[in-house]
Design a protein around this ligand. Structure first.
Ligand SMILES: [Zn+2]
Length: 91
């Protein structure tokens, strides 16, 4: 659970090694998403890219939910409004 919390914290803080963050640190990146060619930040990689939106819609359909987060902030708000196991996530 700790690894998931750390990963989510990094995502919310835009600290993951996405293309834009790697390029900012002069790493081997050209700033752009390999799927769609848009500048790749955390929100793009997890919520706005076509592949991310498809993955999210698949999970949403499997869980029979109607949420559709477009950013880390949206996801955090959804987590806080859920009841049950996901409501136990404390930041
Ligand atoms: Zn993309």
């Amino acid at each position: 659970m700790l690894k998931i919390k750390i990963f989510l914290w990094q995502m919310f803080q835009n600290r993951l090694p996405t293309a834009d963050n790697v390029a900012k640190r002069n790493g081997p990146s050209d700033w752009f998403c390999v799927v769609c060619g848009t500048i790749e930040a955390a929100n793009h990689a997890f919520f706005r890219c076509h592949l991310a939106r498809f993955s999210c819609s698949t999970v949403r359909a499997a869980l029979q939910q109607n949420w559709n987060p477009s950013s880390g902030a949206d996801l955090l708000q959804i987590i806080h409004t859920q009841k049950g196991a996901s409501a136990r996530i404390v930041w």
